[in-house]
Write a protein that binds this ligand. Sequence first.
Ligand code: PLP
Length: 306
Amino acid sequence: MVDRVLVTLDGVVQDADAPLLFADDIGVLRGDGVFETVLVRGGSACALEFHLGRLRRSAQALELPEPELSRWREAVETAAKEWGTEDEGIMRLVLTRGRDSELSGARSSVKSGDLAAAVPVPTAYVLVMPVPERVAKARTEGVSVVTLPRGISIDLAQAAPWQLLGAKTLSYATNMAALRFAHRMGADDVIFTSTENRVLEGPRSTVVIARDKKLITPPAKNGVLPGVTQRALFAEAEKAGWTCSYELLFTADLLTCDSIWMLSSISLAARVNSLDGLRMSAPDNAQEIIDLVDRGIDRAGAIGDW
Ligand code: PLP
């Protein structure tokens, strides 16, 4: 059984134990790049077209060259096949601006008028690894969550597009720091709140609340990443008679709803079982929501309008 698969965008299966990046890759030096995290299940990449749509959107936001989606599809398919059907895997699609030295070279080429040489080559690869152990527990038992301030207004995404709030960039250091902070408080996960006390998202998940037969998530324009799993859930839930909407949520809404869900491509549906130390018991329809997410990501179809 393989425990890691690495495929570069030229379709070549690489030795996953051999070095791949140059020390001056701007993805490493500055986190200047984008990525996707995709669940591999039964030997194929779940909701791939949704992920590719978001990869393209994120690349546009960073003014990276347009990703060649057909090549990404092929590399993903090769990687998923290499990984096999036995176990689930966590697949990362990584795209960086490339090497700093090539970019500097490109700048001087532009100055000298040699435009043909002025195309830096982005770094692009697909990496599959085992799903972390915490995931099985999150799916079955749920997660304990603390709310933490993100220190931003819900208006920031529109007022300051250079903050790249709706793009999935490689700059995740603050998200990881928030998770470590939560772990020190004895919690598994975080719900970020805005300066207006509105609900934003988790460091690696979308927040959805359920109330009666209604599912609600904050709109992307509030500065949250549009979630693939949330979209897949909404598509499936609407077919099953749920009302799904994008609405501003106050932190108080978290306390008055039937259940809170942290949705992400790898953990899928993790129910919040305690919020800021307050226990939240499972509602009768918890399994229905879990099943809707499961079916949703299997059926997620064509690239949407992100
Ligand atoms: N929000 C953030 C900040 C994330 O990093 C992620 C996933 O990594 C999500 C939401 C959930 O998105 P998805 O369902 O596409 O995995």
